[in-house]
Design a protein around this ligand. Structure first.
Ligand code: PMP
Length: 400
């Protein structure tokens, strides 16, 4: 430490290090709604990087609900839900979501990140253990880090490894009081599914809790898009916490957890993110309720999403792309090195297609890829245009 040096100098130096290592993040400006095509940086592009799987962010019922509630209740809730901002709309959303999830109770948060970061550290503390899939989302990793519990990692989706870790945990001295297995439902970089039935069986055998983060599964999997618990025919007796977000297929913003009545009451009293931060605006709560209504009454969007996903996947595979282990509308196009993934993303951007290159450190150094995210609203023509761009770029870069 030198008293003559401005204390924030290191920030500029650290930033420069990120620039030198090509690790900076430069968001592109979206100049209109998130749709199958978007205006981005002044250009019209086919959007293949949004989480808006069903296009509900612009669904008239969702938009109108937001406007009407904003007119009636105002732009903000005026407080944290825990203090003076718990509007009837927030309570209605909690109940409506629980009904949709077929769970005894739900609690909605400001974001999915805040749900994970707020609840996970309260589920286990000293003398307890989290067992976590190695590819879990950053918000789960942070939630576990904040806790005082021990942590063990199992290899991605590897049930033998999970059983091994569980056996090791059983031998721990002193015996753990509570053990939680925690996993993404849909893994956001590969689009593959957690083997939730097997996880639930292992948990049952050992008396462990199961926590699933279904951010990318809701609106996409299960009956009417109820998510991964419904997809595998499980219940909240098997999966004790089903966490999710309104920011993806629901098209709005907000996080949530569903499970027992006791879980809701406990989460509400213990999650610091819920207790100590402002409530989502009433318009948001109303829009989320409307999005649930749309999921229940307009199954055509889910159908169209899967038709589009199957169409694009077949075309990409026919071209010879390695599409990894996808089981969902998240389709990776494996590129190997980071610079190849960046080059392919740049090439298709030049052809009017926007995709995200997923590069180190988000994935291993040799596992860089393009992540394609399909929407129910893409037309076949748009998907064909994107495929044509990937074909040209893939050939140029020697990927196909
Ligand atoms: N979990 C997973 C698996 C996610 O992909 C995300 C969003 N990137 C989140 C949690 C956080 O959700 P939210 O956007 O609501 O904060």
């Amino acid at each position: 430490m030198s008293p003559n040096r401005p204390p924030t100098n290191y920030l500029g130096e650290e930033y420069q290090r990120l620039v030198d290592e090509h690790l900076t993040w430069e968001p592109k400006e979206l100049q209109g709604p998130s749709g199958p095509t978007c205006k981005m940086e002044g250009r019209e592009v086919i959007m293949l990087a949004a989480n808006n799987y069903l296009g509900l962010s612009t669904h008239p019922k969702v938009v109108e609900a937001m406007i009407a509630a904003t007119r009636k209740y105002g732009a903000g809730a005026g407080s944290d839900r825990s203090i003076a901002g718990d509007m009837d709309l927030h309570e209605e959303l909690d109940r409506r979501l629980a009904k949709f999830k077929r769970a005894p109770a739900s609690l909605t948060y400001q974001t999915g990140f805040m749900a994970n970061e707020g609840l996970i550290p309260q589920l286990a503390g000293r003398g307890d253990l989290f067992i976590s899939d190695e590819l879990n989302h950053g918000s789960i990793i942070d939630g576990i880090r904040i806790s005082h519990a021990d942590r063990m990692i199992y290899r991605h989706k590897d049930m033998e490894d999970l059983a091994r870790v569980m056996d090791e945990a059983e031998k721990h001295d002193p015996t753990y009081n509570h053990i939680w297995i925690i996993t993404d439902g849909v893994f956001s970089m590969d689009g593959d599914l957690a083997p939730l039935s097997e996880i639930a069986a292992i948990a049952r055998e050992h008396g462990a809790g199961v926590y699933v983060d279904d951010a990318h599964g809701e609106g996409v999997l299960g009956e009417n898009g109820r998510g991964i618990v419904s997809h595998f025919g499980l219940t909240h007796e098997d999966v004790h916490v089903e966490m999710g977000t309104f920011s993806k297929a629901f098209g709005v913003i907000g996080g949530h957890v569903s499970g027992s009545e006791a879980l809701r009451k406990y989460a509400l009293n213990k999650s610091r993110s819920w207790l100590l931060s402002g409530a989502v605006p009433p318009g948001v709560a109303a829009a989320c309720i409307a999005a649930i209504d749309v999921l229940e009454t307009e199954p055509q969007w889910l159908e169209s999403l899967w038709n589009n996903r199957n169409y694009f996947l077949a075309k990409a595979q026919d071209l010879g792309f390695d599409t990894g282990s996808t089981e969902t509308p998240i389709i990776p196009l494996m590129c190997g090195e980071s610079k190849t993934a960046k080059a392919l993303a740049d090439f298709v951007w030049g052809k009017g297609v926007y995709v995200l290159p997923i590069v180190y450190p988000m994935v291993a150094r040799d596992k860089a890829r393009i992540r394609v995210q399909i929407s129910a609203r893409h037309t076949k023509d748009q998907l064909d245009q994107a495929i044509a761009a990937f074909k040209e770029g893939g050939e140029k870069l020697g990927l196909i």
